[in-house]
Design a protein around this ligand. Structure first.
Ligand code: NAD
Length: 431
């Protein structure tokens, strides 16, 4: 497994738990050192235990030495980052291509190189070209196996996925991947879908863009609810009970963020543009979501009476979603920036994200509890729906604030409960 980040480490640990022998490689020596001491470089529930068990069983190991990692491998998964390329939104494939070059040069027997990273359609062809250049006639094949796990529920997603997608152009690749995923086929509910490589690459982007559209759709309906006196949570339930629509991903909020949706929607648009096929729905989604993130700052300022200068705002939740420490493209970042630009002073609390947040935010005070973030504030904003924020002592919070304004961007608290506690509540899509 090349790349021991959110995807590589979870995938490596789960594959080893299936009974396979896995070596996780990363060029970041600090990550590998930490893992040698059974310290997880990321926060993911259940991961430390899973890693410890499989290391102890001798099936899982870690190294910075790629050649040692891929020696005798039947399959080498590439799980390095594919961030947005600065300037144009294309996926930056430099990490993928560098890793492939190194792997192809180091393999000692024919193996399948599998892209698990999210890569644009056609990347597998380019990987093949690199292999032909670095290690011609070695029998190395290339497959695509995009990953669909969600941070925060990554282990159960990996072990009990809705589906596994394998894109391959040759039988040997398909067979190697069939063997690797065989433990899942005992679970009838996890179909393995075999497709062409380009189709597999596109499935990943089409899935993420669809989810981004779904979130953005309910967010716009929430705006309409606010104007017409309707309740978006009830609308979401009312439409979601229709099986054709489905209940998931209909929680209105501050706009999507995270390490996947923003960059993957942009990369899909670039692919569409390069092929002169307009994807207007995805285009609109990206624009609407960007606008929404800025609008959240205005929403908080409006709740404070229209003026932010010199006001103190407490922010609960910094990570882009609960149960992760991932801060990449988190909605909290643009919200805090908007508040600071308007002259507010921000105190924030997050159960796991503070370490990463420190490097991404300036002039923010980090509190050590939700209550400390609320103390003396002119507004308290719930940005991420951590479980720890679901049962707060609201009367205590109201009492400790300078002005008891609660802006609940995740609709955790029913208006009556907030009102009983003496809080002035603004939610999302509550007209
Ligand atoms: P990450 O940044 O957490 O991890 C990438 C790791 O790769 C880093 O530790 C980096 O040091 C390492 N790396 C880079 N180049 C290397 C090389 N040449 N040799 C060895 N190690 C190298 O990224 P991530 O969040 O795990 O995402 C990886 C890929 O999976 C991306 O394409 C992403 O879009 C996709 N993906 C991510 C998620 C998610 O929830 N994070 C879900 C599905 C798919």
């Amino acid at each position: 497994m090349i790349g021991t980040g959110y995807v590589g480490l979870v995938s490596g640990a789960c594959f080893s738990d299936f009974g396979h022998e896995v070596v996780c490689v990363d060029k970041d020596a600090a990550k590998i050192d930490a893992l040698h001491g059974n310290i997880m470089p990321i926060y993911e529930p259940g991961l430390a235990e899973l890693v410890a068990t499989n290391v102890e069983a001798g099936r899982l190991s870690f190294t910075t030495d790629l050649a040692e990692g891929v020696a005798n491998a039947d399959a080498v998964f590439i799980a390095v980052g594919t961030p947005s390329r600065r300037g144009d939104g294309h996926a930056d494939l430099s990490y993928v291509f560098a890793a492939v070059r190194e792997v192809a040069g180091a393999l000692t027997k024919p193996a399948v190189i599998v892209t698990k990273s999210t890569v644009p359609v056609g990347t597998g062809d380019e990987v093949e070209r690199i292999i032909a250049e670095v290690a011609p006639d070695t029998g190395i094949t290339v497959a695509s196996n995009p990953e669909f796990l969600r941070e925060g529920a990554a282990i159960s997603d990996f072990k009990r996925p809705d589906r596994v997608v394998v894109g391959a152009e040759d039988n040997r690749s398909r067979e190697v991947l069939r063997d690797i995923y065989r433990p899942l086929s005992l679970n009838q509910s996890a179909p393995v879908l075999y497709t062409g490589r380009r189709t597999a690459e596109l499935i990943k982007y089409a899935a993420n863009a669809f989810l981004a559209v779904k979130i953005t759709y309910i967010n716009e309906i929430a705006d309409l609810c606010e104007c017409v006196g309707a309740d978006v949570q009830e609308v979401a339930r009312g439409i979601g009970l229709d099986n054709r629509i489905g209940r998931k991903f209909l929680n209105a909020g501050p706009g999507y963020g995270g390490s996947c949706f923003p960059k993957d929607t942009l990369a899909l648009l670039q692919t569409a543009h390069d092929n002169e096929v307009p994807l207007r729905i995805v285009e609109a989604t990206v624009q609407v979501n960007e606008g929404r993130k800025r609008a959240m700052g205005r929403k908080v300022i409006k709740a404070m009476g229209g003026e932010a200068r010199g006001k103190r705002v407490g922010v609960l939740g910094l990570t882009f979603k609960p149960d992760t420490d991932d801060m990449r493209d988190a909605p909290s970042l643009s919200l805090i920036q908007a508040l600071q630009d308007a002259g507010a002073v921000v105190t924030a609390y997050d159960p796991e994200g503070v370490e990463h947040a420190r490097g991404m935010l300036s002039d923010v005070t980090f509190a050590d509890s939700a209550y400390a973030a609320a103390e003396g504030a002119d507004a308290l904003v719930i940005v991420t729906e951590w479980d720890a924020f679901r049962a707060l002592d609201l009367p205590r919070i109201a009492e400790s604030m300078n002005d008891p304004v609660l802006v609940d961007l995740r609709n955790i608290y029913p208006p009556e409960e907030a009102a009983r506690a003496g809080l002035k509540l603004t939610g999302i899509g509550k007209g």
